[in-house]
Design a protein around this ligand. Structure first.
Ligand code: TYM
Length: 326
């Protein structure tokens, strides 16, 4: 079976973008691939974070993955810092990665702007650690949202550089995009993200979700109810595409263009579908939350299985590098 690897940062609320851009796709792919999913805590420490919340956020991220449909039966789920080889391989990859390549990463440039007072080496080396995450397991495929594509390209470049300089032991991983690889935030401007606080969390209460939807930006040219709108530029329509069936999409497309359906009606239709999909996830998350021991067991099992693969790869890497192995 072909192997996939993907990861998510434990940065607090997991939002609709993470869900349709990544997690829901991970669940779809479990039947076809040998799956490894990781809560990447070492990635999350490259920016300031509340230390006292990290443990909880990490367990919550794992809990959400399970609530969305992943399980120890269909995937290995673990925490990055529990398999030490990730950072070890990242160091080795640092030595084959040209600085110019990491400096041109869009995410690095964005984060460097957002965190001017803390532009640290980790922020720069972030995609190198990401390459190590993937290649430690020799995963050939990486299901991610659009914002991560550049990092996967760099992973290929790093694999190529390593293979060329030493010995060809790593595959060049390919990204797998979901049907909604870029969900915009409720501001209608930027990608939905935790940092920009323009997100709808997948575990939020219905009332909170509706409030965010109600006030979300739509087609800015549609000022009055009777103005025709353009679904192609409407933020709400992009979310509809991820949660509504074809019949509803056709109805909205036509209704929006002819002003037969107003923005609030359109949002209500979306809200209905969001509720249908997210309510069972929230209920499952609540149930799982009563037994955190189970989550810890799942993560321990995942770390043991992944740790064994990681050790084999690192033994091979050390030998390939010509290091003295006693
Ligand atoms: P992270 O934690 O920012 O996001 C997790 C996943 O969610 C996707 N995503 C989105 N998709 C569509 N629309 C959005 N608005 C949106 N926001 C986020 C992301 O593309 C991602 O797939 N660097 C990674 C984590 C990582 C990783 C890895 C991923 C570390 N190592 C190895 C793959 C392989 C990140 O910060 O994801």
């Amino acid at each position: 079976m072909k192997r996939i690897f993907s990861g998510i940062q434990p940065t607090g609320d997991i939002h609709l973008g993470n869900y349709v851009g990544a997690i829901r796709n991970w669940v779809y792919l479990t039947g076809e691939y040998d799956c490894i999913f990781c809560v990447v805590d070492y990635h999350a420490i490259t920016v300031e974070y509340p230390i006292e919340e990290m443990r909880r956020r990490t367990l919550d991220a794992a809990l959400i993955l399970l609530a969305c449909g992943l399980s120890p039966e269909n995937a290995n789920i673990f925490v990055q810092s529990h398999v030490r080889e990730h950072t070890e391989l990242a160091w080795i990859f640092d030595t084959v990665t040209p600085i110019g390549e990491v400096e041109r990463m869009t995410q690095f440039k964005d984060k460097a702007k957002q965190h001017r007072s803390n532009i640290n080496m980790g922020l720069m080396s972030y995609p190198v650690l990401q390459a190590a995450d993937i290649l430690l397991y020799k995963a050939g495929f990486v299901p991610v949202g659009e914002d991560q594509v550049q990092h996967i390209e760099l992973s290929r470049e790093i694999a190529r550089k390593f293979n060329g300089r030493f010995k060809p032991i790593f595959p060049e991983p390919q990204e797998i995009l979901s049907m909604a690889p870029k969900i915009l935030g409720v501001d209608g401007q930027s990608k939905m993200s935790k940092t920009l606080n323009n997100y709808i969390g997948i575990l939020e209460e219905e009332g909170e979700i509706w409030e965010k939807l109600r006030t979300a930006v739509t087609d800015v040219n549609r000022v009055r109810r009777n103005d025709p709108g353009d679904p192609a530029v409407c933020n709400i329509y992009t979310i509809h595409r991820a949660f509504s069936d074809n019949n509803m999409l056709l109805e909205i497309d036509k209704g929006c263009k002819t002003a037969g359906i107003g923005c609030i009606d359109c949002k209500k239709m979306l809200f209905g579908n969001l509720k249908n999909e997210l309510t069972p996830i929230r209920e499952k998350a609540l149930a799982l939350g009563k037994d955190m021991g189970y989550i810890e067991d799942v993560l321990a099992k995942g770390a043991a299985a992944c740790g064994a693969i990681a050790k084999t790869t690192m033994d091979e890497v050390r030998e390939t590098l010509g290091l003295y192995i006693p």
